[in-house]
Design a protein around this ligand. Sequence first.
Ligand SMILES: Cc1ncc(COP(=O)(O)O)c(C=O)c1O
Length: 433
Amino acid sequence: MKRTLNRMTKITPNKYFQKNTSKDVWTLTNEFAASAVGKSEGRELINLGQGFFSYSPPQFAINAAKSALDVPLVNQYSPTRGRPSLIKSLVELYKPVFGDFIDNQNVLVTTGANEGILSCLMGILNAGDEVIVFEPFFDQYIPNIELCGGVVRYVPIHPPKEMKTRNTTGDEWQIDWDALEKTFNNKTKAVIINTPHNPIGKVFTEQELTKLAQLCVEHNTVVISDEVYEHLYFTESFPRIANINEDIANLTLTVGSAGKSFAATGWRIGWIISKNDQLLNYVSKAHTRICFASPSPLQEACAGSIEHALKIDYFPKMREEYRKKFEILTTAFDKLGLNYTQPEGTYFILVDFSKVKIPEDYVYPEELLEKAKDFRISYWLINEIGIVAIPPTEFYIKEHEKDAETLLRFAVCKEDEYLAKAAERFQLLKDYL
Ligand SMILES: Cc1ncc(COP(=O)(O)O)c(C=O)c1O
């Protein structure tokens, strides 16, 4: 041990990682959940925290993955842009969405959406370039921007004023247009949007996307449109910024993920689609540096899965299944009189816990005392009710945490029976209302 430390003292690691040493929400929540399992004799802990699936990918996807491994060459490197079979399936998937602009050169396969977004940022950013991020934000965006030398500029999406007194909808969360217009300047290089939005479940409207597109075209700004929940929308349609007009299509990098589409977050296959193949080339150059290529058997598996999914209308059916999943939980919250944001998309629901009376003298671990209130509500819920949720202030900067400090995010990408068990367990909250 001593020798390791001595060796380390001669090395100055990346300053970014030295500076950011506090535990993230995933580590903290998982640690609290693990310690609660030890304490709660016989009671199963119900985990609705992180967005991973409690069930397997569909059988057709598993079969596609298994047979991919049997082909010798599929176990070797893939081309850096992606395997021809997956590129072909993605072109087939997106042609009806984006029209004729989409061809092989408009697709890049990545190692999950997260690596895809990092590649977009590394491909376009120079030190000091600014990236506009809407708040709340998916937490991975921030280190990805900063590690590429970018500067994050935050613009709020304001919550509905009546969130504590009635159920609200995703579309009631409103972009602060004033703040957005003032944030654009000659250093602005990109804007990241996420629709359907994690964690608020908002699907950006055509009107909002048009206004945003105008600003981006005016300021010659790239849009990284994170659409990983593209198949999980419950609105009539799902508008995409790349479809607003040709100018914005040429500035847009659209991000997708097989993990969300096929209940396979561990496969780590994602993709970037862009009308602008020259812009996409720079993203591809970054992707080559980061990981050279993405896992071959799982690319083949995704290619086969997309082909099959299109034949059997898998995505609309999946949406219907999710409506039911949400309903199981919302019925439980309705019974308790707890208000929530009815999601327009994603597999997350935000619930307001301001009516829940947690004993004032409840004892929390020291590391939570500095955190926003939702971290303490989440800790209490894990230990006293046995349900894991994510505190959403992690998706805010310190100054704006107040907007979300009474909310908790629950993931419904779980089996119906598991959600029914959760719905029943939630009723224990009656004693605290
Ligand atoms: C909004 C958003 N973007 C990107 C990702 C990352 O997706 P992937 O698992 O494909 O890297 C997630 C995963 O939770 C997400 O919620």
